[in-house]
Ligand binder design. Structure first.
Ligand SMILES: [Zn+2]
Length: 612
């Protein structure tokens, strides 16, 4: 290992002192194609309205959080580039709904030629080019033949061109391919959500013509396409998604937009990205909610069975007051009482990060949050933090609401208290994000960790009560760990302490799988505040990828704090070998992707990937 590092060091020295003059000559003499920035184009048509601005912001947020390099382009700029110019300047196009519904015909023509003749890639979302400049629905959208789908079919007067329907995948494998995590599809491969079961999405009335259908909705005997792909001989591809993705992100469903964008940009466009998880590995948060004193026995059983382990630090969130239902009932965890919660808390603090669960009196707080004056509710939240901090001697940085009751104002209170991560019942199935609801956006420093549900159930006890077979729950937990490793993304599961065989076995199965995948270096199990610290640092990274001669990459990164554990994923294919220049890098190759992780506290890094 030492020897290898030394050789690499010499190589790096060579790169700096000997090769550059030679290289400069080489580059200037041999490159037919100049160096160009790698990015995807985000087409922003009419963004003047409030809704248009919000929608574009939602797309930008997703692209930023996922580390995809992009540039906003206006229809006018697209015309200036022309079809060949788009191909030269962008790896692919994302065409969001609503802001591109009144696309001028000449812009539609440029996009069509870009895909058909120049091998371009385009994601068409929901309703592009469906309206005339006067806002009247066209008989046929200008891009429907490109998509191979007749979307936004004309309807009789008085009827809406869209309706509410389900989202089925053609197989469970297809759902997985499109980034839908385990537990989010039911037996019929329809998308489910926590507490609802099968959920409905807005679709346009549409008919498939000659595209490949990956997802659909059932309408009597016929199917309405929901995700389609149409390939062209030029290498071009038009993906059509019959769901307004940005609109869902704006109404607390992050997963729908994120999984479609990720899958298109990673699998089809194969654009380099800054992986949004520490070390570019999967991440798992196990969040335990201790709502009251009713869990003492279960906690003792879990401790005796060795379910708390130092290698698997949990996020353990506690309601700390002496009461649960109402003042004076004595049913609380009572974190400061040495005959009740205190000795247990002193053990638990060694097995993860202690977080705050609601406001002092679990059920009272959960049921009355919207009726209490904000100041009073904030006081209850504060008490909970203070009690836990007094016992643990540590700052509390994590929060979970009781009963899924998390109004947006709570976040500013949490921010004041120094919280950087909280459990979140919205955006279910997604990775840590900044939720948006009714146009509200949360502080960029504080991360929501959405629940990963199993169909309509979230906690293990709900699954037990819902009579989900034990084997299915174990399988789901193991699959979720594999999913997080394969997708290199972070997911959170939550439950309560329990002493039932069903729950204990599920937790044990989870832990065995988590320990072994952690040993294999595929995932990290850590508290949510640890991941949030990383994500806050990650979001400070400025970076740029350039492509040279269509096969080599030059990457520059900068982070005012540190680049440590930041990973860049670059698709290089499996046919050729590549060398990476640049020090302090751990490199791994998987499925044609090169994952380069910075291993030391650099603030600036320059990497080159060259085909040999
Ligand atoms: Zn609770």
């Amino acid at each position: 290992m030492v020897k290898k590092n030394f050789i690499r060091f010499v190589l790096v020295l060579l790169c700096f002192f000997v090769i550059p003059p030679a290289l400069t000559v080489l580059i200037h003499s041999s490159s037919a194609e100049p160096i160009r920035t790698v990015r995807v184009g985000l087409l922003a048509g009419d963004c003047q309205t409030e809704q248009g601005k919000l929608l574009l912001a939602a797309y930008e947020q997703l692209l930023n959080e996922e580390g995809f390099p992009y540039q906003i382009v206006s229809p006018g700029e697209l015309l200036e580039y022309g079809s060949a110019g788009i191909k030269e300047n962008f790896e692919g196009l994302v065409i969001p709904e609503f802001i591109n519904s009144t696309m001028p015909p000449e812009v539609a023509e440029v996009i069509k030629a870009y895909v058909r003749e120049y091998g371009g890639l385009a994601l068409l979302v929901f309703d592009p080019a469906t309206l005339t400049s006067g806002g009247v629905q066209r008989q046929a959208p200008l891009l429907d033949d490109l998509a191979g789908v007749r979307y936004y079919l004309p309807v009789p007067e008085g009827q809406k061109p869209t309706y509410s329907g389900y989202w089925y995948f053609t197989s469970s494998g297809k759902g997985r391919e499109w980034g839908i995590p385990p537990g989010k599809l039911d037996e019929e491969n329809a998308v489910n959500s926590y507490s609802y079961g099968k959920i409905k999405f807005e679709h346009s009335r549409a008919v498939n013509v000659d595209a490949q259908v990956d997802a659909f909705d059932r309408d009597g005997d016929s199917n309405i396409p929901v995700i389609t792909k149409k390939y062209y001989e030029s290498g071009g591809l038009a993906v059509y998604v019959n769901i307004p993705l940005g609109k869902y992100k704006l109404s607390s469903d992050d997963l729908t937009a994120r999984s479609v964008l990720r899958t298109y940009l990673i699998n089809d466009v194969k654009i380099p990205r800054l992986v949004n998880s520490p070390g570019g590995k999967g991440g798992i948060v196990f969040n335990l909610h201790i709502c009251s004193g009713a869990y003492f026995r279960a906690l003792m059983v879990m401790m005796m069975q060795g379910l708390f382990q130092k290698d698997l630090p949990f996020s353990i969130h506690i309601t700390a007051g002496p009461d649960t239902y109402k003042l004076g009932d004595g049913a609380g965890f009572s974190a400061e009482n040495k005959f009740k919660g205190r000795p247990i808390l002193e053990v638990l603090k060694n097995y993860g990060e202690i977080g705050s669960h609601g406001g002092w009196i679990h059920n009272f707080f959960a049921y009355n949050l919207e009726y209490l004056p904000q100041q009073k509710a904030a006081k209850l939240i504060d008490w909970n933090f203070s009690a836990l901090e007094a016992v643990t001697g540590k700052k509390i940085r994590e929060y979970s609401d009781p009963g899924g009751n998390h109004p947006f104002w709570v976040n500013s209170e949490l921010e004041k208290l120094g919280v950087n991560a909280y459990y979140y019942a919205g955006d279910s199935g997604a990775c840590p994000t900044h939720p948006r609801l009714d146009g509200n956006n949360t502080s960029p420093k504080i991360w929501a960790f959405p629940i990963s549900p199993y169909q309509k159930f979230a906690s293990l006890e709900e699954m037990e009560r819902g009579r989900v077979p034990s084997e299915k729950v174990k399988q789901w937990l193991e699959d979720l760990i594999d999913y997080s490793a394969e997708e290199r993304t972070i997911r959170m599961v939550y439950t309560h302490p329990s002493e039932t065989r069903f729950c204990l076995e599920a937790i044990r199965a989870f832990e065995q799988k988590a320990l072994s995948e952690q040993k294999n270096d595929r995932i990290t199990v850590a508290p949510m505040s640890w991941f949030a610290d990383f994500l806050n640092r990650y979001s400070l990274t400025r970076w740029q990828v350039e492509k040279q001669n269509g096969r080599d990459y030059i990457i520059d990164l900068e982070n005012p704090e540190s680049l440590k554990d930041i990973t860049i994923a670059v698709y290089v294919g499996e046919e050729h070998k590549h060398v990476v220049w640049g020090g302090n890098i751990k490199s791994a190759e998987e499925g044609g992707w090169l994952y380069l992780t910075i291993t030391s506290n650099l603030k600036v890094a320059h990497l080159e990937i060259r085909q040999v």
